[in-house]
Design a protein around this ligand. Sequence first.
Ligand SMILES: C[S@@+](CC[C@H](N)C(=O)[O-])C[C@H]1O[C@@H](n2cnc3c(N)ncnc32)[C@H](O)[C@@H]1O
Length: 311
Amino acid sequence: MIALKTTSTRVVALLLLQSLWLQAAQSQQPGGAALDQEARKQEAIYQSRGEGVPSGYVVDRSLLSYSSTLPAGFDRSLANLGPSDRWLDIGAGEGNAILDYYTELYDAMHWEGRERRGKKAQAVAISIEDRRTPEWYETADRLAPDQIRYLYGKRMREYAPEELGRFQLVTDVIGGFSYTRYLSAFMEKVLSILELNGTFFTLLLDVVPETDPDPALYKDLLFLTEIEKPDGSNVKVCSWLKSISCVQVTCELNTELKRPIELYRVQKVCDKVAVPTLLPLSYEAGTPPPRRYRLGPLRPALLEEPRPIYE
Ligand SMILES: C[S@@+](CC[C@H](N)C(=O)[O-])C[C@H]1O[C@@H](n2cnc3c(N)ncnc32)[C@H](O)[C@@H]1O
């Protein structure tokens, strides 16, 4: 009888402890009405049209703009792709970078490797909202079927591997990498669709760079992507990327504008990729949205499921 009592006391204590832990973990997540409101505001930005598009939400960058914004190696990596290779642009907006790649002007400007490129790599654009223009449809009609594809209606991490296939080159110019609320799940997905030795080129605006910035330069700046350790100390995005297994990462500070922009080149060098989890602490709608994360530990599956997907 005493043994039974002790066992049930232990079970109750265990359940109590578990429920306290769950409450603590859940309280770290942006939750409830506030999150729903931010999610609605963010969705309105994605779906905005014409005059309603916020000035900070740029959807029409050219390939020239990609080349001058992304790390230096991007231009050569794209020019070196052959006809059996594939390029994925995440958060493509109107997809103008892809359209520019298929122009004669592109070949005139990238004379070297022209023969090898042939009819060029297949290019896939991903966007939450459909921003295809008449130019997109005209180019798609002129090219071989599926030479360019535009996928929309889902977030990057919602695609099944077979829907996307594998890519030698992945780009993200202020797309999903800057906008997602689930940064570690996003990176896992990107690395899962990268071929071995394939490269992901991206950047972040207003981020604490790997090399310490001149504090005077970024005085009073609101950082957009921040990561903290469980003890509250900060982790730089570059260090987090470098802690992913099976990747080689370079981080480069761009100081041309009076805001810290860090450029990232992430090359997949082996298959056993493991991305340290980032638990979302806060997320506000924006162009791009300010986000704060806590580094690991891995969350139990129970906490990953229940909330709808908002970004
Ligand atoms: C500011 S626009 C940038 C468009 C384009 N890269 C440019 O520079 O013109 C942001 C793009 O990212 C997309 N986006 C945001 N979060 C995403 C996610 N998690 N997965 C896929 N696309 C995403 C949006 O739908 C939109 O196409």
